[in-house]
Design a protein around this ligand. Structure first.
Ligand SMILES: Nc1nc2c(ncn2[C@@H]2O[C@H](COP(=O)(O)OP(=O)(O)OP(=O)(O)O)[C@@H](O)[C@H]2O)c(=O)[nH]1
Ligand SMILES: [Mg+2]
Length: 356
């Protein structure tokens, strides 16, 4: 699955730092605004602690997580939607993303400059959100003015007016409800404020400005609190774990404490993504698919041979697999259920395909 996450926020608040933590890259990080100009693109493992438990039970050492793409953008500033700073360019880069990671500075550190010389997560959020709304507003106004000369587009004009009235009230489009006709029309517009967004508060144990719990209800959006300094070793932990298979048992507990894991769980939920697992005697793997995917389509996700020669799929869900894992070691026989190609995959299913 080609999932793209766009990282946005004010300049100099830790976007590239987060990108490096997640992708294990070393793109330039600097204590000055607009350190990033062109977007950084990378991939990250969609870490899933369940994979460690499976690896431990079946005793294999190679763990392969499914991956998603991350796009680290330049900082946005006031009037970005009108072309100030690198604004329009950055906002254009968000057209194709599936989810927005909105990074918010929530730590005080005198030597790290804030572009507006104050620390206020809520004001920072409002600046960025206003620019996202303005960008969509300008786009919808332009599209509407093109349509107005054509009288056959009455329904579409009504829809655009609905969008414009929401945006003019400084509200995100994702707060609106749409019927299926409206959805068909607006889906192709790639409007930014329709996309799911997760606020990532860049926190620091000692210097947090505001208790994020106080503002968690902001706009009904999701806030994830990540201590960048504390969680920056996540890829190191993953590497260590893969070398150290004896201790697999403990790694799922260690990883569960990382809020990055929470970020990925929330991302999957927002995008209606579920995970299934496969294993052989060399490796365990996780695969992400849209909720509601059938066994046949899941087979194709792995290999076209599985798809073309599909006979049956053997399934045991992760929860059942774990609950009987003690007995498994004695039995050496996994009590799979057998399903045909129309079986709808459930999150956590462990699959084995039978094919010609
Ligand atoms: N103390 C502290 N410093 C941080 C934290 N996160 C980032 N920084 C520092 O903040 C500065 C800016 O970090 P970047 O990751 O380059 O920020 P950015 O948002 O990508 O900046 P632009 O690309 O300029 O928009 C760097 O000096 C980082 O080391 C943090 O959690 N705590
Ligand atoms: Mg940067």
């Amino acid at each position: 699955m080609n999932i793209k996450c766009g990282i946005i926020g004010l300049p100099n608040i830790g976007k590239s730092t987060l990108f490096n933590i997640l992708t294990n890259n070393q793109v330039k990080v600097g204590n000055y605004p607009f350190c990033t100009i062109n977007p950084n693109i990378g991939i990250t493992n969609l870490y899933d602690p369940r994979l460690y438990k499976i690896a431990n039970i079946i005793n294999v050492s190679n763990i392969v997580f499914d991956k998603i793409q991350l796009i680290d953008t330049a900082g946005l500033v006031k009037n970005a939607a009108n072309g100030i700073g690198l604004g329009e360019k950055v906002l254009d880069q968000l057209n194709k993303v599936n989810v927005i990671y909105h990074v918010v500075r929530n730590f005080k550190k005198d030597n790290i400059r804030h572009i507006y010389n104050r620390i206020s997560p809520i004001e920072d959020i409002n600046i960025i959100n206003t620019e996202l709304i303005l960008y969509d507003l300008i786009k919808c106004e332009n599209l509407l003015s093109k349509l107005k000369n054509n009288s056959t587009n009455k329904n579409i004009i009504v829809i655009y007016n609905k969008l414009l009235s929401c945006l003019s009230n400084n509200k995100m489009l994702r707060l609106l409800k749409f019927n299926s006709e409206e959805k068909n029309i607006i889906n192709s517009l790639n409007l930014i404020t329709l996309k799911p967004m997760i606020y990532i508060f860049n926190c620091d144990n000692t210097n947090n400005i505001q208790n994020v719990e106080d503002i968690i209800s902001y706009n009904n959006d999701i806030i994830i609190n990540i201590n960048f300094l504390k969680e920056k070793n996540i890829s190191h932990i993953i590497k260590l774990s893969i070398l150290d298979k004896i201790n697999f048992k403990t790694y799922d507990t260690i990883l569960s404490k990382y809020n990055i894991i929470k970020l990925f769980m929330v991302t999957s939920n927002l995008l209606n993504i579920i995970t299934f697992f496969t294993f052989n005697n060399k490796e365990v793997r996780s695969w992400i698919i849209k909720d509601g995917t059938t066994a046949l389509i899941a087979a194709n996700r792995i290999h076209s041979d599985f798809y073309n020669g599909f006979i049956k799929v053997k399934v045991i869900n992760y929860n059942k697999f774990i609950s009987i894992s003690n007995k498994l070691k004695e039995l050496k026989k996994i009590p799979y259920s057998f399903y045909n190609k129309s079986y709808s995959i459930i999150d956590g299913d462990i699959l084995k395909f039978i094919f010609y």
